[in-house]
Each structure stands twice: as structure tokens, then as C-alpha cells.
Design a binder for this molecule. Structure first.
Ligand code: PMP
Length: 355
């Protein structure tokens, strides 16, 4: 039996991916060994590795002047690596849209850089994406495309002259992106791209030459010039990513994912937005995330009943993040329309019973 999994991350994987991984776990393609037990430099693993990179490039239609690299340390490590690698001694600009961008800002400040927070929604407790204009001459400018905790998301990526850095940890592979707008995009894999232990970075080649005195394993160029094989990569996480990408292709690609994600999110937001105000959405309407629906029940004493009800039905992960409270339904790519429908049905029923 599988639950309806609305966890924020790590989160639901497509069942087909789990099944294929299971079939190949002990003996990969009937070879008598698992993918975790062989050299990362042998041809069996290298085929998966290279195919995974190619899949990312083709799914996102990534121009030739970009490298796809695989790192470790989670997205949080990127908070430090981005400024280490990309600052040129000038200034960098950040938009503060929540916990994850604040952490990134702090890491840049720790390095003694000229860090400019050009806009922040902190005063409204991050319930929206603020408006802003980046300078044309920053070393880099930085956004978090989807704010996992507050449930806000950029509907359009800004057009910038300075290299745009995007933390897409919670919305990678959920819609098409024009990489001509991007300097670098990174994401921990454990939401839309598989399992923890792998960080994906897609970086414009001209940004690889900036870092000079950065330690080898912290330097993007090391990963780009070695095809991410300078040392042992997280082979199993890359294998799972490979399966997830195949699954996305099979669903029809990123545009298809986006269409489905819009439909799924609408099911939940429509109920929340009903005029009786039984439920309340956390984020302002125009900035609502298609990945994380953060919401509350106006009568907060009902939350524990809601969660108990959800648990009885086999719904997992609906408790809001500890710093925000309330409820959150994470409806990433792998959460099916049917599962979201079941949640919508339960939300309606619950409302009828308690309103
Ligand atoms: N950025 C965002 C937008 C996130 O949601 C998270 C984790 N939830 C992180 C960064 C941190 O990721 P990690 O745990 O891989 O360091």
C-alpha cells in the first residue's frame, strides 16, 4: 500500500521509478551487481552518468554554452559556493523571499562581500514576491524561484544583465525555462529530481573562469572540466535522477508537467479561495506556488482534527513547516492528479463537517 504523499522534501517519487530501481537494485540489468557496487569510471556507470546529463540538457533545451554538473552537500552548500565562485570583488544582489534566501544572503555576508539585499518581503512574513530591479553591473544577482515554506513562486524569471543565479531546489523540472536568462541554476535533488545526496547545477561556461583561489572541491570549474567525475559522485542518486528524467519525458516533458501542475494546484487553491473563508491561503494570490500550497484553517483549533483526519485516510506530510504552522500540501511533479483530487475531496468534506 502506498500513501498519498504531500511531504515537502524529501518527497514523493514516481512509483514507476521506485519499481524500476527495485528491479535493478540487486542485479543491474541482470549483470549480477548493483549500480552502487561498481567503479564510477567503468562503462556501465558512465553510460548512466552521461545519459543523465544529456537528458537534463534536452529536457530543458539548454544552450551549448552551459555545463551541467553534479555536486554534493545539498543546496545549502551552494549558498556558500555561489559567492565563493562568482564574486569578482564587486557587489552582489539578492532578493530575500524567505528562509532559504536569507540563509544564502548570510553565507555571502560571512565571506565579507558587498552584499546588497535589493528587495525583501520579510516585513509581511514572506507572503509574496516583492518587486525589484537588479543592477546591470553586479557580479551576480540571486533569487529563490520557489519558496518551499511560504508557498510563493516567481511566475516569470527576471531578465537581467548581471548573471542571474536561481535556487530552484523546489521547482526544478516543473516548467520550461529559457536558459538565455540564466547564469546558473541549482537544486538539491530530493524534491522534483530524485533523492537526497545530489545537487544539480547548470552553469554558464563563462562563469567558470572567475574563481581562482577556491579550493578544488568547492570550485565549479573542477566539476565542469572533469564531467563531475573528479572524485566519486553520488552514483545511486544520479541513477535515480536518470529514472526520474525518463519518467518526465514519458509524461510528455516539462510543458506537460507544468500544465498538470497548474491543474493540480487549482484543485486545492479553488477550495481555499471559496468565499466562506474556512481555509486561508498563506501567499498572495498572484505569487502562489504550484509546488507548495501553504494554507491554514481560520479556526486554528481545527488543525489537529484535520491532520488526524488526513492520517486516517493515508495522507502524509500535510503539517505546515514549524516556523509557519498551519498546513502545507506539497504537490511536486510526482504527486498524481488523482492524489491531489483525493486531498481536495477530503478538504471539502472536512469543511462541510466543521464550518
Ligand atoms: N533551497 C530551497 C528552496 C529549499 O527548499 C531547501 C530545502 N528544503 C534548500 C534550499 C536546502 O536544501 P538542502 O537540504 O539540500 O541543503
Amino acid at each position: 500500500m502506498r500513501v498519498c504523499n504531500f511531504s515537502a522534501g524529501p518527497s514523493a517519487l514516481p512509483l514507476e521509478v521506485l519499481q524500476e530501481a527495485k528491479e535493478n537494485l540487486v542485479s543491474f540489468e541482470n549483470k549480477g551487481f548493483s549500480i552502487m557496487e561498481i567503479s564510477h569510471r567503468g562503462e556501465v556507470y558512465e553510460k548512466i552518468h552521461n545519459e543523465t546529463i544529456s537528458s537534463i540538457k534536452s529536457l530543458y533545451n539548454i544552450p551549448d554554452n552551459f555545463e551541467v554538473i553534479f555536486m554534493q552537500g545539498g543546496a545549502s552548500t551552494q549558498f556558500a559556493l555561489v559567492p565563493m565562485n562568482l564574486n569578482k570583488g564587486g557587489f552582489c544582489e539578492y532578493v530575500d523571499t524567505g528562509v532559504w534566501s536569507s540563509k544564502a544572503i548570510n553565507e555571502a555576508k560571512l565571506q565579507g562581500l558587498d552584499v546588497r539585499v535589493i528587495a525583501s518581503s520579510k516585513e509581511q512574513n514572506y507572503n509574496h514576491i516583492p518587486s525589484f530591479t537588479f543592477s546591470d553591473n553586479a557580479d551576480f544577482c540571486y533569487i529563490t524561484s520557489n519558496n518551499t515554506i511560504y508557498g510563493t513562486q516567481y511566475k516569470n524569471l527576471p531578465q537581467t544583465k548581471s548573471p542571474l543565479i536561481i535556487d530552484a531546489s523546489s521547482d526544478i523540472f516543473s516548467y520550461e525555462i529559457d536558459f538565455n536568462k540564466v547564469g546558473m541554476l541549482f537544486a538539491g535533488a530530493q524534491k522534483n529530481a530524485g533523492i537526497a545526496g545530489l545537487t544539480i547545477a547548470i552553469i554558464r561556461k563563462d562563469l567558470l573562469d572567475i574563481a581562482k583561489n577556491v579550493p578544488t572541491m568547492f570550485r565549479y570549474e573542477t566539476f565542469a572540466s572533469s564531467n563531475s567525475l573528479n572524485n566519486t559522485p553520488p552514483v545511486f542518486a544520479i541513477y535515480i535522477l536518470n529514472l526520474v528524467l525518463k519518467w518526465i519525458k514519458k509524461q510528455g516533458g516539462l510543458n506537460k508537467m507544468n500544465t498538470l501542475n497548474l491543474k493540480k494546484a487549482k484543485l486545492i487553491y479553488d477550495i481555499i479561495s471559496e468565499t466562506d473563508d474556512f481555509y486561508t491561503a498563506y501567499a498572495k494570490q498572484e505569487d502562489r506556488s504550484l509546488m507548495n500550497v501553504s494554507f491554514n484553517i481560520k479556526n486554528e483549533s481545527l488543525i489537529k482534527h484535520f491532520l488526524a483526519n488526513a492520517q486516517e485516510r493515508g495522507f502524509l506530510g500535510l503539517k505546515g513547516h514549524r516556523i509557519l504552522g498551519g498546513l502545507r500540501a506539497s504537490i511536486y511533479n510526482a504527486v498524481s492528479y488523482e492524489n491531489v483530487e483525493q486531498l481536495a475531496f477530503m478538504m471539502k468534506e472536512f469543511k462541510e463537517k466543521y464550518k
